[in-house]
Design a binder for this molecule. Structure first.
Ligand SMILES: NC(=O)c1ccc[n+]([C@@H]2O[C@H](COP(=O)([O-])OP(=O)(O)OC[C@H]3O[C@@H](n4cnc5c(N)ncnc54)[C@H](OP(=O)(O)O)[C@@H]3O)[C@@H](O)[C@H]2O)c1
Length: 255
């Protein structure tokens, strides 16, 4: 199947490594032009170098309103239209109800929900210039079932889904598609760190996690990237307002 991404323009946030990088890599592999962002310039430079001439970077913290505006200003300097926006950010810190302060809640609100709102708002004029515009939010399996010790993620990621579903009604008539993906366990630096931490505490989190995944393994960033590239592409022209799990069958609910 030809995804028809040749020379289309995408903005992929939080993408110097991990899930975002996986998406950028697949898009560039399909000959799309991609702008990535992250907070660390050296990591972005390395990521961009590894992806070749179709990728550019901009240093931006997506939890910061001024950085989001600057990122979109940069994007407008590079391109007259955006065909797709992939919204990703770092994860909010773990913790239980009694451990999380008001300040933690506000920071996580800016990181997880406000980043999605601001990126969507700022990218909209460029998306409207495309003949096949698409927005894709990366959330988590936590929007389907809460994950222990991840109160901030469990609380704020469903709000992104609420916004996505509402916006699907508002912007669908303008031909702008909007969807969300919910990764289960995709093996990235962040997951590697979580597993190392759990081993240091004497637990074997990797075996316990894999036992819950019917496919018997964690996913790879390129597998996640391929699903996202499809959803962002004109080939997914009738997928709108959808929530797609990319979890190897880990979620056990019926719907
Ligand atoms: N991997 C999984 O299985 C999984 C499952 C469910 C949900 N998630 C969520 O998906 C997101 C990405 O996870 P990952 O596994 O890809 O993590 P990762 O390997 O640690 O990569 C995170 C990427 O995001 C960038 N980043 C972090 N905070 C940022 C910010 N405020 N503004 C801009 N860029 C930022 C990082 O670069 P800098 O540090 O240089 O900014 C890096 O490029 C997280 O929210 C995570 O909670 C992951």
């Amino acid at each position: 199947m030809n995804l028809q991404l040749d020379d289309r323009n995408f903005l992929v946030t939080a993408a110097s490594r991990g899930l975002g990088f996986g998406v950028a890599k697949v898009l560039v592999g399909e000959n799309a032009n991609v702008i990535i962002c992250g907070r660390n310039e050296k990591s972005l430079q390395d990521a961009t170098d590894s992806l070749g001439g179709k990728c550019q970077y901009f240093v931006a913290d997506v939890s910061n309103s001024a950085d989001v505006t600057a990122l979109l200003d940069f994007t407008k300097e590079q391109t007259t239209k955006l065909d797709g926006l992939f919204v990703n950010a770092g994860g909010p810190p773990p913790g239980t109800f009694n451990e999380i302060s008001d300040d933690d809640w506000v920071k996580a609100f800016n990181l997880t929900l406000m980043s999605a709102i601001r990126l969507t708002r700022e990218a909209m004029p460029l998306l409207k210039k495309s003949d096949a515009p698409s927005i894709l939010y990366s959330t988590s399996i936590s929007v389907k079932q809460p994950i222990a010790n991840l109160l901030l993620s469990n609380s704020l990621r469903p709000a992104v889904i609420g916004m996505m579903r509402t916006l699907s009604e508002e912007i669908g008539p303008e031909g702008i598609r909007i969807n969300a993906v919910c990764p289960g366990y995709i093996y990235t630096k962040r997951v590697e760190q979580l597993l190392t931490d759990s081993k240091a505490r004497g637990a074997s989190a990797d075996e316990e996690i894999i036992a819950r995944i019917p496919l018997g393994r964690m996913g790879r960033p390129d597998e996640f990237g391929s699903v996202c590239a499809f959803l962002l592409s004109p080939i997914a022209s009738y997928v709108h307002g959808a929530l797609l799990l990319v979890d190897g069958g880990m979620f056990k609910g019926m719907m």
